[in-house]
Design a protein around this ligand. Structure first.
Ligand code: AMP
Length: 286
């Protein structure tokens, strides 16, 4: 497995693969890899075959964090990530620096961003107004450097996957965006690099995201329910935990992300919950 650290070297390598006609599968991450990330790398390997190339990027992208967020304390473990990538069958880790990804930014010269204007409104975009501008920008840049045939994202970040898929179509990237299911802990908590921040008490209470989705699913499987009523019962359940505070809960069409008033099986539910300084998100089909 090879570690590539500069944008120029990454792009040069990708152009070589393209000339050789090798299929490239790509998994963008912020590192601190867990079994959810590994499932994406394994799927990339399966899709491109033994002759293909699997690239994993590890980059904590500053432009998708607001100044008040956890950029500086975001967990990092390059040695562990390297081992997990090798075990899952990656060929290359792209591990760039801020100066490489945002040329001239430290001197105030960097000035180009990619903005998706519809799917990125609301939910994560509502709570983190500059987040998706950062995500679309970095993903577009990574696509230009890795030149993948397919890029794999996790369903855990449902809105992100929708925004990226739209951006790839709108900007004519010649690649396929695939979305893989959320990998969970045994008790239902979605795996996330941010789970590390949780105190043992909050780690137990954090199953409330999964419990809230199970409760909503049970309710709508009995009969269609109003989004308003489901939002109130979710809020009561989450805020009833000693340290949980609901940021948002939404019920929406899984493709268009448009909110639904009457929730039926097949609708998507997404929620974000604060536990102290830690903010967790999750979503599921009902
Ligand atoms: P991150 O490192 O959090 O930016 O995530 C990198 C990719 O891994 C994104 O496409 C995420 O949606 C995906 N991912 C994160 N957590 C999980 C999980 N528990 N199951 C599946 N995919 C995940």
């Amino acid at each position: 497995m090879r570690i590539v650290k500069t944008a120029a070297a990454m792009q040069k390598l990708a152009l070589t693969w393209r000339r050789e006609g090798r299929k490239v599968g790509f998994v963008p991450t912020m590192g601190y890899l867990h079994a959810g990330h590994v499932s994406l790398v394994t799927e990339a390997r399966r899709r491109v075959g033994l002759k293909g190339i699997v690239v994993v990027s590890i980059y904590v992208n500053p432009t998708q964090f607001a100044p008040t967020e956890d950029l500086s304390r975001y967990p990092r473990d390059f040695a562990g990530d390297r081992r997990r990538c090798a075990e899952a069958g990656a060929d290359v880790i792209f591990f760039p620096t801020d100066a490489g990804m945002y040329p001239g930014k430290a001197e105030g010269r960097y000035s180009t961003y990619v903005v998706e204007e519809r799917l990125s409104q609301g939910m994560e975009g509502g709570s983190r107004p500059t987040h998706f501008r950062g995500v679309s920008t970095i993903v577009a840049k990574l696509f230009n450097l890795v030149l993948p045939d397919l890029a794999i994202f996790g369903a855990k970040d449902w809105q992100q996957a929708a925004v990226v898929r739209r951006m790839a179509i709108d900007l004519n990237f010649p690649l396929k965006v695939l979305v893989r299911p959320t990998v969970r802990e045994k008790d239902g908590l979605a795996m996330s690099s941010r789970n590390k921040y949780l105190s043992p008490e909050d780690r137990e209470l954090a199953t409330v995201l999964h419990r809230a989705m199970s409760a909503a699913k049970a309710a709508v499987n009995l009969q269609p329910a109003s989004a308003k009523a489901l939002k109130s019962s979710t809020e009561a359940l989450v805020n009833g935990q000693s340290s949980g505070r609901l940021d948002y809960v939404e019920f929406f069409d899984p493709e268009t992300l448009e909110a639904v008033d009457v929730v039926k099986p097949g609708a998507q539910m997404a929620l974000a919950v604060h536990f102290g300084k830690t903010r967790l998100i999750d979503n599921a089909a009902l």
